[in-house]
Design a protein around this ligand. Structure first.
Ligand SMILES: Nc1nc2c(ncn2[C@@H]2O[C@H](COP(=O)(O)OP(=O)(O)O)[C@@H](O)[C@H]2O)c(=O)[nH]1
Ligand SMILES: [Mg+2]
Length: 250
């Protein structure tokens, strides 16, 4: 799992090859316990967020992808196209800079930037703070753009309704099989940059077979965030989510 929190307390060390190692069984046990505690604590805060969101009838969607798959481009277009239907705001996660929040604000939408520093994912406590600052109105949609990678964000529930996995054609068709946890955690895949299909080696059937192999429930919508192709289906999916009642906190 992601290093920063867990490794602070574990007995791992480096051999100069960049990989931490844990040699003794006791160290291994400590590390597993700390990782489990971190995730348990996150899950409790995620449930708090879920209740907070349900109490205000706010829909939160967590966008996850590799860096550069097109999350911000997709959001710039989505907030412009849907702003007339319901209030929308955005929580942006990146290690450094507020560039993506600036892009979203330039698209006419409220946005809060979270910088995670060394961490490779947003966690539920970061989102709790951002939500209280953002104070989204009842009946609104909050998009969360997670830090770009297909590994760590899969483990961290933020209290969102669904994880939206954004893939893009130039990344290759093998990602579902290589990063199955993310594709199991997701509810929908947006396959972006379809406009580049003729220019890069990407086999759509192989991609869809990979998705089906790891999660047969997963719906795939091919899109081009740049040109707008396929976005009507994405917007219909969001409208369906808005119409569905929020799950109450446990
Ligand atoms: N050709 C093409 N490029 C895209 C598309 N969507 C995004 N891009 C480009 O991909 C790059 C990364 O996009 P960005 O939205 O910043 O990705 P993020 O890191 O996931 O937020 C930018 O240069 C975008 O212009 C698309 O549908 N087609
Ligand atoms: Mg971005």
């Amino acid at each position: 799992m992601c290093k920063p929190n867990a490794d602070e307390h574990s007995h791992s060390h480096h051999h100069g090859n960049g990989h931490p190692h844990t040699h003794d069984a006791e160290g291994q046990t400590t590390r597993v316990r700390v990782e489990r505690d971190v995730l348990d604590k996150n899950d409790r805060l995620a449930e708090y967020n879920r209740g907070w969101l349900a109490g205000r009838s706010v829909l939160a969607l967590n966008l996850v992808s590799s860096p550069g798959a097109g999350k911000t481009t997709l959001l710039e277009r989505t907030v412009r196209d849907l702003a007339a239907e319901f209030p929308v705001s955005v929580i942006e996660g990146d290690q450094e800079t507020d560039r993506d929040a600036q892009r979203i604000r330039a698209a006419g939408c409220r946005a809060i930037q979270i910088n995670t520093g060394v961490a490779c994912h947003l966690d539920a406590s970061m989102v709790a703070r951002a939500l209280s600052e953002l104070a989204p109105v009842s009946g609104s949609v909050v998009f969360v753009e997670n830090v770009g990678n297909l590994v760590c964000p899969a483990l961290f529930d933020l209290g969102e309704r669904a994880k939206v996995v954004v893939c893009s054609v130039p990344e290759g068709d093998d990602k579902p099989l290589k990063y199955p946890h993310m594709f199991r955690a997701g509810e929908i895949v947006l396959l972006n940059k379809m406009d580049l299909l003729a220019h890069v080696p990407f086999n759509l059937d192989r991609f869809l077979d990979g998705v089906r192999a790891v999660n047969s429930e997963l719906r795939v919508i091919p899109i081009s965030a740049l040109h707008g192709d396929g976005l009507a289906d994405w917007y219909d999916w969001i409208r369906d989510q808005v119409a569905r009642p929020q799950r109450a906190a446990i």
